[in-house]
Each structure stands twice: as structure tokens, then as C-alpha cells.
Design a protein around this ligand. Structure first.
Ligand SMILES: [Fe+2]
Length: 182
């Protein structure tokens, strides 16, 4: 079946929140509050809602109800995700910093909290003089949460023009870069 193109005014606005399944809500709550400054909007016990047999905690970054949801099923046996073994699922999810100062603030915070930085800081670029020859133009570092979910903290991602050219956060068009689809 050939599907019709979605009219541009109907395209979803953004990928907005992620719900993580965690082995211990309390532990993860502390991590996301302490490291990122997320605030708890509401928290519910398993079975509190007639259709929801999970424990849930809704966390927000600013004024929207939730940007991150922690979910825990008390009937499930959780195994820990490792480098070598995991179910297919989310590789990493990311928090965008409003600017580089904010990015550096989170970086020093991660170091202060002795979090294991599993990658970075790195600039995903073949254009930037210190880039790693990968894609997006953003500067990033990656840490693991208490269940080894990989979080990316980043700033300065390129934007893509209607013609498909990449423009970095400083307004420069990145040479020889074209989005596959426009
Ligand atoms: Fe990423």
C-alpha cells in the first residue's frame, strides 16, 4: 500500500517524552532529580489506577507535565542491562541543553557526582576542527543511570533547512552535508 505524504502542518511536533522501565523507582528518582534537576509532577503506586498495574513517576524539566516517566512493574523480574546483553530497545535518549554553558554545567555536575561518563565530551562533526567525524554537529557526553540506561546530554545540534543543508548552532552552513529526505 502506498501511503499518502503527511501534510506538513500535521507532522508531529517532536519526540517529547520517554518512559523508562526501571528496577527501583526511588533510586532512579534520586538520580534524575540530583543530576538533571527534574521535578516530580506526580507519583502513583502500582494498581492505584484501575488500568495501570505499574508504579509510575512523572517528572518534568520546566512547566510541562512530564518529560520523563519512570515505570516499574512489581511483577516483573528485572535483569540488569550490560554491555554484552540486553533486550532490543532504546540505545540512548537525550536531554538538550539551552546553550553550551548549560552543557558545561551538566558536565561538571556529572564529574562532581562521580558518574561514569561512558562517552565524550565529544563534538559529533566532520566540520568542527575538534569533531569526531560523526553526525549532527552537536556536542555531547553520555552517562548511565542506575539501570544502565544511557543518557546523552548535548547542545548545539545542527538545524536542517528546507533544501536539506545543515546549519550549525553558530549559523554556518556545514559543507557537503545534505539530509537524505527534505
Ligand atoms: Fe544521540
Amino acid at each position: 500500500m502506498k501511503l499518502k505524504k503527511i501534510p506538513s502542518e500535521f507532522i508531529a511536533k517532536r519526540c517529547q517524552h520517554v518512559s523508562l522501565e526501571v528496577s527501583d523507582v526511588e533510586k532512579s528518582l534520586s538520580f534524575y532529580r540530583d543530576f538533571l534537576g527534574l521535578k516530580l509532577s506526580e507519583r502513583h503506586k502500582a494498581g492505584e489506577h484501575r488500568n495501570i498495574p505499574f508504579e509510575m513517576a512523572f517528572l518534568r524539566l520546566n512547566n510541562r507535565h512530564h518529560d520523563l516517566v519512570l515505570t516499574h512493574d512489581p511483577k516483573r523480574e528485572y535483569i540488569s542491562k550490560s554491555e554484552n546483553r540486553s533486550a532490543a530497545g532504546i540505545h540512548h535518549f537525550a536531554f538538550e541543553c539551552p546553550n553550551r554553558e548549560s552543557f558545561l554545567c551538566y558536565l561538571s555536575r556529572a564529574r562532581e557526582m562521580n558518574l561514569t561518563i561512558v562517552r565524550g565530551p565529544v563534538i559529533h562533526s566532520s566540520f568542527h576542527i575538534n569533531g569526531d567525524d560523526s553526525w549532527g554537529e552537536n556536542e555531547s557526553f553520555y552517562v548511565l543511570d542506575p539501570d544502565n540506561h544511557r543518557l546523552e546530554i548535548f547542545c548545539d545540534m545542527a538545524s536542517i533547512t528546507e533544501e536539506g543543508a545543515y546549519v550549525n548552532a553558530y549559523g554556518l552552513t556545514v559543507p557537503n552535508t545534505f539530509a537524505e529526505e527534505t
